[in-house]
Design a protein around this ligand. Structure first.
Ligand SMILES: *Cc1c(COP(=O)(O)O)cnc(C)c1O
Length: 406
């Protein structure tokens, strides 16, 4: 077992991301043990009975609990400053379970229009099938939140910064409005990571992650997590996960544990790189708006500075030449890859209009600030000068139709 003398001491997040939740087996291994097992055996029929009636607190089945997954859950909870955490197979499994475990027919859910596409689908398409009313607002407009939350509401769900247009939502203000309406506030904290923003400290009730993004951060596996109070995780979320089964694989939990150990170093480097790239892009005539919360030109820079301790690794920018110019830029990049993933060690760029947000109607994309010239760039851990040079060479290249042939 871990412990060895640190009880009663308040370890800091950088220490907790390396050591939180550590439980060693009787082999006293340095690294976390990988328990790749679905089931567990009992020494007697009585022990099996007591394991099921709750008299004995032990592993029963890996859909409920697994030792490697439990280390990941305990470590992430420690880093986040949450009472409890439950891991899931993907970020969407986390969002789905965090929302569906607490609603019933007749309930009302409020969320911003600017959300990760699959989150919008759960709220605006799936929930209404079961008689849950979905209300979508402009997330940056506190008056719109206030109006929407004038009626009793079960859940408020939001992400900030938002994908892909980097809108910032005032967490403390929305939390107060949500609570007045009787709602729990669930925050998708993927873009900020636990290193840059603590929604629970600002009044949120539940935090969800796609661990696929910065927590793994090296493009290897899917995973997700839901964090909140012990009561919420055990009594509300627990039965939902136990009986619907979106369990995280122990192998993926082990990979994610290794990711957590270096999270702050990676996030710090990626943030510095993102700011350097954003500043470079701001100075280019081919580029219109650059959306990065760390730029003074971002419409909510002051709010971001207040509720975040860093501005993240993702930025978006518009090519003034529209879709053609955006495609030309993507096709000329040699270091930065075209990919819809984000939060990776490798810098990845995508064209939301035709990829991540392809299925939305044109007017809905435009309402979210997604134009045909918009590109989303997830800045990685490479040397910032190489990323800037890659963008510079691609922007400087002659137009393809101007006499390029033989
Ligand atoms: C990627 C992402 C998700 C979904 O996570 P998966 O691990 O891909 O299922 C949810 N929310 C946000 C903001 C994301 O970026």
């Amino acid at each position: 077992m871990s412990g060895h003398g640190t009880e009663g001491r308040r370890l800091r997040p950088r220490t907790l991301q390396v050591r939180g939740g550590l439980t060693r087996s009787n082999h006293c291994e340095t690294s976390e043990a990988l328990f790749l097992t679905s089931g567990y055996v009992y020494g007697s029929a009585e022990e099996a009975e007591q394991s099921f009636d709750g008299t004995l607190d032990r592993m029963v089945y890996s859909r409920f609990k697994n030792p490697t997954v439990a280390i990941f859950e305990d470590r992430l909870a420690a880093v986040e400053g949450a009472e409890a955490c439950r891991a899931t197979a993907s970020g969407m499994a986390a969002v789905h379970a965090a929302l569906m475990c607490q609603v019933k027919a007749g309930d009302r859910v409020v969320a911003p229009k600017a959300l990760f596409g699959s989150c919008t689908w759960i709220i605006a398409d799936l929930m209404p099938r079961f008689g849950i009313e979905a209300v979508l607002v402009d997330g940056t407009d506190l008056g719109a939140w206030e109006a929407a939350l004038a009626k009793p509401t079960a859940v408020v769900f939001l992400e900030t910064p938002s994908n892909p247009t980097l809108e910032i939502i005032d967490l403390a203000a929305v939390a107060a409005l949500a609570h007045r309406a009787g709602a729990r506030l669930v925050v998708d904290n993927v873009f900020a990571t636990p290193m840059l923003q603590r929604p629970l400290a600002l009044g949120a009730d539940v935090v969800v992650y796609s661990a696929t993004k910065h927590i793994d951060g090296q493009g290897r596996c899917l995973g997700g997590a839901v964090l909140g109070t012990k009561a919420f995780c055990q009594d509300v979320l627990g039965p939902y996960l136990r009986h619907t089964g979106p369990a995280l694989s122990p192998f993926n939990a082990w990979v994610l544990l290794k990711g957590l150990e270096t999270l702050d170093l990676r996030v710090e480097r990626a943030c510095a790189n993102a700011l350097a790239v954003a500043r470079f892009l701001e100075g280019r005539p081919e580029v219109g708006t650059v959306l990065y919360p760390g730029l003074a030109s971002h419409p909510q820079h002051a709010l971001a500075a207040r509720q975040m301790s860093g501005y993240g690794s993702i930025l978006a920018f518009t090519m003034t030449g529209g879709r053609r110019a955006a495609y030309d830029l993507l096709n000329r990049l040699e270091v930065i890859d075209i990919s819809n993933n984000l939060g990776d060690a490798k810098s990845l760029i995508c064209h939301p209009w035709t990829t991540t947000h392809q299925r939305l109607a044109a007017e809905d994309k435009l309402a979210q600030g997604i134009g045909e010239g918009l590109l989303r760039l997830s800045v990685g851990l490479e040397d910032a000068l190489d990323l800037i040079e890659d963008l510079e060479l691609a922007l400087n290249a002659p137009r393809p139709h101007a006499g390029e042939g033989a």
